[in-house]
Write a protein that binds this ligand. Structure first.
Ligand code: SF4
Length: 114
């Protein structure tokens, strides 16, 4: 196999990887939605912006590392994604929530029966 053929094979493989990266990256769907004139949520808008800002992730799904950017908290490929706060409820809080839900259900039933 000639050197040119080897280079062509490497180029085609990279091109395929770049296309796959673009297709599967988060934000593409949201950007298309925006370009079609549809409304986006805040998170969707941030994902679309990062997709655009990162050049459609043609260099791979990597962290932009621009911590000063106001959208950085939404950046989908951060090296250290923010931890979600998992709220743990005490037994009393769980009972209070259950009681409130039961009251709400009862008042809804009463409204429906009138
Ligand atoms: S977080 Fe990074 S990728 Fe997203 S808009 Fe800001 S600089 Fe661009």
């Amino acid at each position: 196999m000639t050197l040119t053929a080897n280079i062509l094979i490497i180029y085609e493989t990279e091109t395929r990887e770049v296309k796959m990266s673009r297709t599967l990256a988060r934000g593409r769907k949201e950007l298309e939605k925006h370009l079609n004139g549809e409304r986006l949520t805040t998170t969707q808008a941030a994902l679309a912006k990062c997709y655009s800002c990162m050049g459609e992730y043609c260099d791979g799904k990597v962290d932009c590392k621009i911590e000063g950017c106001p959208l950085y908290q939404y950046m989908p490929y951060r090296d250290n994604p923010p931890q979600k706060n998992k709220k743990t409820l005490s037994k009393e809080q769980i009972e209070a929530v259950a009681s409130n839900m039961a009251k709400a259900r009862a008042s809804k039933l009463a409204l429906n029966n009138t």
